[in-house]
Design a protein around this ligand. Structure first.
Ligand SMILES: [Zn+2]
Length: 360
């Protein structure tokens, strides 16, 4: 019997430029919306994608790289610091600046880094070579996956199977924006701001509730039930497999359009207004669902604002709130022994009660 380790890695043999285009993914609207929200507002706090095997979770996450506007990085920095940022640079950049070196900017693609399940902590946080440090007196540090993911996305497939201490670490670093490695009195720190994207099959193990709560948004992915959508998905996949470059060329314009919208949304988001009435409705929704703390409202607000910015709207309205309610709240509900409905259904019901059944 073939074990999972024997299966070929679906992306491994393919060069990066032949990635399946994000815009060619059929359906999966909520997952695509959640990833774009994180692209517009990386501070949303991570994206959790739950669904069965073969529902295209990994394809969508890896495809995201194609619709992200490129970064401007300091060509001399091994962490890809932003040469125009104030204070968000690493110690090495500060040292170079202090020594009078001028930063040289270059463009670089946004990193979307895979974190494999078996990764050691050293590989994730980076390794300090203590022996060399003692011998030569210099700090010998080999950056890890967190450094590579700086200013981008860190993707953990099967996050529910990742060891707890690594998940804790990832969530801590993604919130603090800094990776600190300490060994035997030596310490290295560097900026590590990234969006954590975890995917998993809920039938293969639950995430601890306190970790669930710390993901900004969570989406549930299923295979489309509509036969026409399934046919379309199969046709596109087949066309891609036969001629990846040609297929990518067909979708280049659609990809560029999304990239432009993300760029525009980022520049606009600071000016998007959130009326008090909308905030109030968000609070009512959370109260009705009994979510603890204000993280739910905060995520609801940020996701709705990013959606409005992506739409080109200058004001957040109830429609934006409705569209993001499930992804912002479904993973924050306490189990209700008197209510058999799943989390998504409970959010939808509460949204319907609050806003009426009008289709937005
Ligand atoms: Zn730097």
């Amino acid at each position: 019997m073939a074990t999972r380790a024997d299966l070929p890695h679906p992306e491994a043999p393919r060069p990066v430029h032949a990635r399946f285009p994000f815009t060619a993914i059929v359906g999966q609207d909520e997952m695509k919306a959640a990833l774009l929200i994180a692209a517009v507002d990386p501070g949303i706090g991570g994206v959790l994608v739950q669904g069965h095997r073969g529902t295209g979770k990994s394809t969508a996450v890896r495809a995201l790289a194609g619709v992200l506007p490129p970064l401007v990085v300091d060509a001399a920095c091994r962490y890809g610091c932003d040469p125009t940022a104030n204070g968000a640079r690493c110690d090495e950049c500060h040292a170079r600046e202090h020594a009078g070196a001028r930063a040289r900017a270059r463009r670089a693609p946004v990193p979307v880094v895979d974190l494999p399940l078996g990764a050691t902590e050293d590989r994730v946080v980076g390794a300090l070579d203590l022996e060399r440090a003692l011998r030569t007196g210099e700090k010998a540090y080999e950056p890890g996956l967190l450094a590579r993911a700086h200013r981008g996305f860190l993707y953990v497939d099967e996050v529910n199977l990742l060891e707890d201490h690594l998940v804790d670490l990832l969530l801590d670093v993604s919130q603090s924006g800094e990776n600190v490695v300490e060994r035997e009195g030596l310490s290295v720190r560097h900026p590590a701001r990234f969006v954590l994207v975890g995917s998993g099959n809920p039938e293969e193990g639950d995430l601890r509730p306190q970790l669930l709560d710390r993901f900004g948004v969570s989406v549930e992915v299923t295979t489309p039930a509509d036969p026409d959508a399934r046919v379309e998905a199969v046709l596109r996949r087949d066309a891609f497999d036969r001629d990846p470059e040609g297929f990518a060329r067909q979708w280049a314009r659609a990809e560029a359009t999304v990239r432009r919208r993300v760029t525009d949304a980022r520049s606009r988001i600071g000016a998007v207004a959130v009326p008090h009435a909308v905030l109030r409705r968000g609070a009512e929704l959370c109260a009705r669902l009994g979510t603890d703390g204000v993280r739910g409202e905060l995520t609801l607000l940020r996701a709705a604002r990013a959606t409005a910015a992506y739409d080109g709207a200058s004001v957040v309205d109830d429609g934006h709130l409705r569209r993001v309610a499930s992804m912002a709240l479904r993973h924050r509900l306490r189990r209700d022994p008197l209510d058999d409905a799943g989390s998504s259904a409970r959010v939808e019901r509460a949204v319907g009660e609050l806003f009426g059944a009008a289709v937005v």
